[in-house]
Design a protein around this ligand. Structure first.
Ligand code: BT5
Length: 323
């Protein structure tokens, strides 16, 4: 009921809506409306109420709920079923638990993660209300081998979402987004599969939006949109843009090609034509990144010859600083 009332108030914009109209629309008592309005106020909505005129919203809190992003969301299914939490351990872990029971495109989002995870069991810092920490549940009918391409789809969607907000970023294949050479977002794709069938996959996206400072051990290589641009970035709008781009690029992925994704990743790559260090387990090799091929693999020239690197379990470092 609370969300329905909120939606009605949002739709009416600056106009007042009378308690009578709300009670007729939803068949609830005035007392029930008053109770819901109070709950909304506790959640941070500033609502003006004037006797005989009714209610109107003056301002909304900075929260990443569906009602708050719906106006800008153009998707058919990505983000339409959205679970929002103040604090959870990890949106990826949570999404994996519910993946079999929820439709494709379900998004789990949290204002704060108490145990956010990065690739290969690393930690992911996710302070309250300052970032976008989310996971998208997907159920593509593809072979498990194809799944690593999804990280690129995610990276291209984040890049395009930032671009729509006039924020210029670069992509460090396969899963990092950088601004001014520092990491502002990372992607972690996890899946459950059989031999030749994917049950589900979960793509986790973490974006440092309005963090004012990063811990000492990260500040050399990581940053936030706010630090790099000097201003607060609208998280709701950015989230909606990213989900919109994600659906478009994911639809293409489902047709068997990732042409648009690869183009975005290539045009905005920090690695191409650079010397890179490729780390796989204990093995490190140095080569020159030449290209990203149509399957999303990094084409690298080693002393021994040219090889296509599959994103799977590799880490990559440039020879100059972090990138
Ligand atoms: C990643 O791992 O870049 C994937 C991050 C995915 C995070 C999202 S948030 C929503 C969803 N739920 C989760 O629990 N996770 C996903 P990787 O490339 O392994 O980078 C991890 C490394 O980056 C760490 O070892 C730190 O050095 C550094 N790091 C940790 N937190 C960071 C942050 N907030 N920003 C930038 N770097 C960070």
């Amino acid at each position: 009921m609370k969300d329905k009332i909120l939606k009605m108030l949002k739709l009416s914009g600056r106009e007042f809506i009378s308690g009578e109209k709300i009670s007729e629309e939803f068949g609830v008592t005035r007392a029930a409306i008053w109770k819901n309005i109070n709950t909304l106020k506790e959640e941070g909505y500033l609502i003006e109420s004037i006797p005989r005129k009714g209610y109107r919203i003056i301002s909304s809190p900075d929260v990443l709920t569906l009602v708050e992003i719906e106006e800008e969301l153009n998707t058919n299914y990505i983000g339409r079923n959205l679970f929002y939490y103040e604090t959870i351990e990890s949106t990826n872990t949570f999404a994996k638990k519910m993946a079999l029971d929820q439709p494709e495109g379900t998004v789990v989002i949290a204002e704060e993660q108490s145990g956010g995870i990065g690739r290969m069991g690393r930690d992911w810092l996710s302070p309250k209300g300052q970032g976008i920490w989310m996971s998208i549940i997907l159920k593509p009918e593809v072979e498990p081998m194809e799944v690593s391409k999804i990280s690129l789809v995610g990276a291209a969607a984040v890049h395009s979402g930032l671009n729509k907000m006039a924020l210029k970023s670069q992509i460090k294949w396969p899963n990092d987004i950088l601004i001014n050479g520092k990491k502002v977002a990372g992607i972690l794709t996890e899946m459950s599969c059989e031999l030749n069938q994917v049950n589900y996959l979960v793509i986790g996206i973490g974006i440092n939006v309005n963090l004012e400072q990063l811990p000492k051990d990260l500040e050399e290589k990581a940053s936030s949109l706010k630090i790099e641009t000097g201003g607060v970035v609208d998280r709701k709008l950015l989230l909606a843009h990213i989900l919109n781009h994600f659906e478009e690029l994911y639809e293409e992925f489902k047709t068997g090609t990732i042409e648009s994704t690869v183009k975005i990743c290539k045009d905005n790559s920090v690695l191409l034509n650079e010397e890179v260090r490729i780390i796989k387990g204990k093995e490190t090799r140095i080569g020159k990144a030449l290209d990203i091929n149509s399957s999303g693999e990094l084409v690298v020239e080693f002393k021994e010859g040219i090889e296509n690197i599959f994103s799977g379990e590799v880490s990559l470092r440039g020879l100059k600083g972090y990138i």
